[in-house]
Ligand binder design. Structure first.
Ligand code: COI
Length: 354
């Protein structure tokens, strides 16, 4: 059991929940009544406070604005039918957060602050957890450098925060994806495995050009040959080929170690599917598609959970899928939803009760 952390608590006078409904929510647009904040000063985390959600003020020389030491996580909380609040796999996100922190020369955040801070914040704002299908309370922990200094070096001070957003689905419909042949998201030795803000900023132009061509996102390929598949938009990707689940391996450090990716692979194995984490090229995928072997393709991520892909375009090859006939992705999604809503036993120990 994680130690309770001593947090100063300032509560809002009147909840904003009185003015809004938790039905049919967009993703990431609304925020709960409170937020958590902590400062890293003189080598330790201090000033831990939960206070009303509000704007921050900062020095224009704030180092994160100039040199980008900024990392984040995405986690979800759900309510069981009995009304108890649960967080899905927060310890896995804590590990990934601290891996990102180390890569970006930032301090790590102790378990007491990350997990127990999140627990206390959600306890206070638990009425904001939506009950509706495909809805959840999206949890966004993040950290950024706060020295007011223009020299290029790791900052001495940082701010850690957690904000909460009651949200609906990220993608409402199956996606059309363009295989990216020009831009690069990550190369070995880079920061592709870390969840730092710059990875997302750097990806926007490719997504924007894909949007102009009628596609929702890109499927990233490797930096050298633009041939080896990496991840899709801001999600991991899984291909069901001839009954086998194939997904790019984590070895090169160019893709994110997705918590949903791991959950999906675990559930696929439990259902008896063979899972291969390995290199997969676009040429292999096209050949398997032409042979009629590619059954399902989907993205996996916290925000999007399992996002079906109905079309993939690579050069002149348009690979189309009738997602309405799929059985595997919907079954795995149902398995995951059953665990998240506590309808089935949590045999993997994924649910953390608030
Ligand atoms: C998540 O799936 O939680 C992500 O981080 C994707 C996001 C940038 C919305």
């Amino acid at each position: 059991m994680v130690e309770a952390v001593d947090i100063k608590i300032e509560k809002i006078a009147e909840s904003k929940l009185l003015e809004m409904s938790l039905e049919n929510l967009p993703f990431g647009r609304f925020f709960t009544d409170h937020m958590l904040e902590a400062d890293y000063i003189n080598g330790e985390w201090t000033n831990v406070i939960i206070r009303p959600y509000q704007a921050l003020s900062f020095d224009p020389a704030l180092s994160v604005l100039h040199y980008g030491q900024s990392i984040f996580e995405g986690i979800k909380a759900y309510k069981s039918e009995e009304g108890d609040a649960y967080i899905f796999r927060p310890y896995d996100n804590l590990i990934r957060f601290n891996t990102s922190a180390e890569r970006m020369c930032m301090p790590t955040v102790p378990e007491e602050l990350f997990i127990d801070g999140m627990r206390q914040l959600i306890e206070i704002d638990k009425d904001w957890i939506p009950n509706k299908k495909e809805h959840s309370l999206y949890i966004r922990p993040f950290m950024f450098s706060t020295d007011a200094f223009l020299g290029v070096r790791p900052s001495d001070t940082y701010k850690f925060m957690i904000i909460l957003s009651p949200s609906g689905p990220y993608f409402a419909a199956p996606m059309k994806i363009l295989v990216e042949e020009n831009f690069t998201r990550a190369a070995p030795g880079g920061v592709g495995f870390s969840k730092n803000a710059g990875n997302y900023g750097g990806s926007l132009i490719a997504a924007r050009l894909a949007n102009k061509m009628g596609y929702d996102q890109v499927l990233w390929t490797d930096a050298f040959e633009h041939k080896w598949l990496q991840e899709v938009g801001m999600m991991n990707v899984v291909f069901i080929i001839n009954g086998v689940a194939v997904t790019p391996s984590l070895e090169e450090g160019t893709i994110l170690k997705g918590v949903t990716r791991d959950s999906v692979l675990t559930l696929l194995k439990k259902r008896g599917f063979k899972v291969e984490e390995r290199k997969i090229s676009i040429d292999e995928l096209v050949a398997e598609y032409k042979a009629g072997k590619v059954q399902e393709v989907f993205g996996t991520g916290t925000a999007a959970t399992i996002a079906p892909i109905k079309e993939l375009k690579y050069k002149d090859n348009i690979m189309q899928f009738d997602t309405t006939t799929w059985t595997i992705a919907p079954a795995i999604k149902q398995d995951m939803d059953n665990i998240k809503s506590c309808k089935v036993a949590d045999e993997f120990g994924w649910m953390y009760q608030v």
